[in-house]
Design a binder for this molecule. Structure first.
Ligand SMILES: NCC(=O)CCC(=O)O
Ligand SMILES: [Mg+2]
Length: 353
C-alpha cells in the first residue's frame, strides 16, 4: 500500500486491453483531464469558491462635499468625501459585501508629530462611520488603528531620537480605537505592529462597555514595497522619512509570523490578518493551519496597481486576473480578503450567480 497526501491508496492493477482502438493512443488508466472536460464537470470537482461574503472593501476618505478625487497610482480608486462614502456603502450593501474599511486622507494642516488628529472624535473617519451607520446600520465597518495617516512624518507611531516608541504609541492607539468604536465602528483593526496593542485596546474597549466591538489584528504585517500606492492615497508617500522595518516584519520570516499571530490571539484578537497578500500566501496557509482562526489577507495597493496597470496596458485580461488573484486567497486558507477590487469582483460574482 502506498501513502500519498496523508491517505492510503491501493495502486490500481487494471488489465489493459491490447491494441488501442485509437491510433497512437497512450495506454493510460488515469486521465486527470476527464474531470476538466466541460464546465459542468469542472464545477462538480471545484475545491474552492469565492463569494461576495469573502470581500472587505477598503475606501479612502477626503474632506469636502460631493467630492471624488482620482488616485493616480490606483486606477479606478477614488478618495471620497463622506457623502460619497455613504453612497459607496450603499453600493456595498446592494452587492452583499459584508464589510467596508475606512482610510482617511488627512489634510496636511491637521498632521503633526504626534498624530493628534487620530484621537479627535470628530475626525474624518469618525464622521464617516457615523454617517454610514446612520443610513446603513446593517453594513460592517472596519477602522484601521495606526498613526500614519495623521503624522507629519508618516510613521505609524510616535518618534523620539529617530526611534519609534512602542509603549507611548500604544497609549495613543488605545485612544484612537476608542473614538472610532464610540463613533460606531464594528471592527477595530490595529495595523501599527506595536507590541502589546491588542491587549491594551481590548482592555480599554471592555472597560468602556464596548464588549461587542471586534478586533481584527494586522498580526503579520510585513515591511513591504507593495504599500507604495496606499501611501499616495493617504498622502504619506512624500513625507515618510526612513522605513518601517523596526516595527513591520522582515519579509524573510514565517516562523515569526506564527509567533506574532499567537500573541495577538492570546491578547484577545477575534480575527487575524496577513499583509500583503499574494506574495505571502504561504504565511496565510501556515497561520490558518496552525491556529484555525478566522484568517484574513490584505491584497494591498501595490498588488491592485500591478493588475490594474497591466490590464490598462492590454497586457493582462484584467477581470480574469482579478478573480484568479482573489480565489488564490481562498485556496491558501483565507476566510476573506481586503481588496480594492471588492466592488468589481462582487459585480462579477453576482452577474454569474
Ligand atoms: N493599514 C492599511 C494599509 O497599510 C494598506 C496598505 C496598502 O493597501 O497598500
Ligand atoms: Mg505583534
Amino acid at each position: 500500500m502506498a501513502i500519498k497526501y496523508g491517505r492510503p491508496i491501493e495502486l490500481r492493477e487494471v488489465a489493459r486491453g491490447t491494441g488501442a482502438t485509437v491510433p497512437h493512443a497512450l495506454d493510460l488508466t488515469v486521465r486527470p483531464r476527464r474531470n476538466r472536460k466541460a464546465e459542468w464537470a469542472r464545477r462538480m470537482v471545484r475545491e474552492n469558491v469565492l463569494t461576495t461574503d469573502d470581500l472587505i472593501w477598503p475606501l479612502f476618505l477626503i474632506d469636502g462635499n460631493n467630492k471624488r478625487e482620482a488616485i493616480a497610482s490606483m486606477p479606478g480608486v477614488d478618495r471620497l468625501s463622506v457623502d460619497q462614502a455613504v453612497r459607496e456603502a450603499e453600493r456595498a450593501m446592494k452587492l452583499t459585501i459584508p464589510c467596508i474599511a475606512l482610510f482617511p486622507y488627512t489634510d496636511p494642516s491637521l498632521r503633526d508629530e504626534q498624530g493628534s488628529e487620530a484621537t479627535n472624535p470628530n475626525n474624518l473617519v469618525c464622521q464617516a462611520v457615523r454617517a454610514i451607520k446612520k443610513e446603513f446600520p446593517e453594513i460592517g465597518i472596519l477602522c484601521d488603528v495606526a498613526l500614519d495617516p495623521f503624522t507629519s512624518h508618516g510613521h505609524d507611531g510616535l518618534i523620539s531620537d529617530g526611534k519609534i516608541l512602542n509603549d507611548e504609541t500604544v497609549a495613543v492607539l488605545v485612544r484612537q480605537a476608542l473614538v472610532q468604536a464610540e463613533a460606531g465602528c464594528d471592527i477595530i483593526a490595529p495595523s501599527d505592529m506595536m507590541d502589546g496593542r491588542v491587549a491594551a485596546i481590548r482592555e480599554a474597549l471592555d472597560h468602556t462597555g464596548l464588549l461587542d466591538v471586534q478586533i481584527m489584528a494586522y498580526a503579520a504585517k510585513y515591511a513591504s514595497a507593495f504599500y507604495g500606492p496606499f501611501r499616495d492615497a493617504i498622502g504619506s508617500a512624500k513625507t515618510l522619512t526612513g522605513d518601517k522595518r523596526t516595527y513591520q516584519m522582515d519579509s524573510a520570516n514565517t516562523d515569526e509570523a506564527l509567533r506574532e499571530v499567537d500573541l495577538d490571539i492570546a491578547e484577545g484578537a477575534d480575527m487575524v490578518m496577513v499583509k500583503p497578500g499574494m506574495p505571502y500566501l504561504d504565511v496565510v496557509r501556515r497561520v490558518k493551519d496552525t491556529f484555525a482562526m478566522p484568517t484574513f489577507a490584505y491584497q494591498v495597493s501595490g498588488e491592485y496597481a500591478m493588475i490594474a496597470a497591466a490590464a490598462n496596458n492590454g497586457w493582462l485580461d484584467g477581470d480574469r486576473a482579478m478573480m484568479e488573484s482573489l480565489l488564490a486567497f481562498k485556496r491558501a486558507g483565507a476566510d476573506g480578503v481586503l481588496s480594492y477590487f471588492a466592488p468589481k469582483a462582487a459585480e462579477k460574482l453576482r452577474a454569474h450567480a
